[in-house]
Design a protein around this ligand. Structure first.
Ligand code: NI
Length: 179
């Protein structure tokens, strides 16, 4: 397993729509393992393939970063079948340096996809898992959580980011928020 480089906003790859996977080849299985290793090393609780520069529809989620692997979710071609309710959650992202914000999303989602053995997986989620699934599936559609906040807040962040990149100063975030 290798740890991959995580692309950071405003990298252009993060804005692209990822393609569905037709066959889960050995190469894809290895990529999924590398994504899991990368997420755990970050540390974060979710990662989508475009964040490591691969424009294919794969996400991994492991909310229990203190006991990694126990509740690991690997999903290929995930789709939201049903969404309901509304919840506001503070989100961060491994691709968005030094920023978290409250984002409004569906409270509950039903998601279907394939695992790394091409077996169908259905997940009924609420709470952080629901938020993480929506956040990661957004990545596959070229969307970041900062696309879901007000333009004013996004502009403030973009300006602060430019300054941070100039001075090289960033603050570490809580891994729990890093989806
Ligand atoms: Ni993210």
């Amino acid at each position: 397993m290798a740890s991959l480089e995580i692309l950071k906003y405003p990298d252009a790859a993060l804005k692209k729509v990822s393609l569905p996977i037709k066959t889960i080849s050995g190469e894809i299985v290895r990529l999924i393992e590398d994504m899991v290793a990368t997420m755990h090393a970050a540390p974060g609780v979710g990662l989508a393939a475009p964040q490591v520069g691969v424009l294919q529809r794969i996400i991994v989620i492991d909310l229990d970063y203190e006991d990694p692997g126990k509740n690991l979710i690997k999903l290929v071609n995930p789709e939201i079948l049903h969404a309901e309710g509304e919840v506001v959650w503070e989100e961060g992202c491994l691709s968005v340096v030094d920023f978290t914000a409250e984002v409004k999303r569906a409270e509950r989602v039903e998601v279907v996809g394939l695992d790394d053995k091409e077996k169908e997986v259905r997940i009924d989620a609420d709470g952080l898992l629901s938020v993480a699934l929506q956040h990661e599936i957004d990545h596959l559609d070229g969307k970041l959580f900062i696309d879901r906040i007000s333009r004013l807040k996004r502009d403030l962040y973009t300006r602060r980011l430019k300054k941070m990149l100039r001075t090289g100063k960033t603050r570490p975030e809580s891994p729990r928020l890093m989806i």
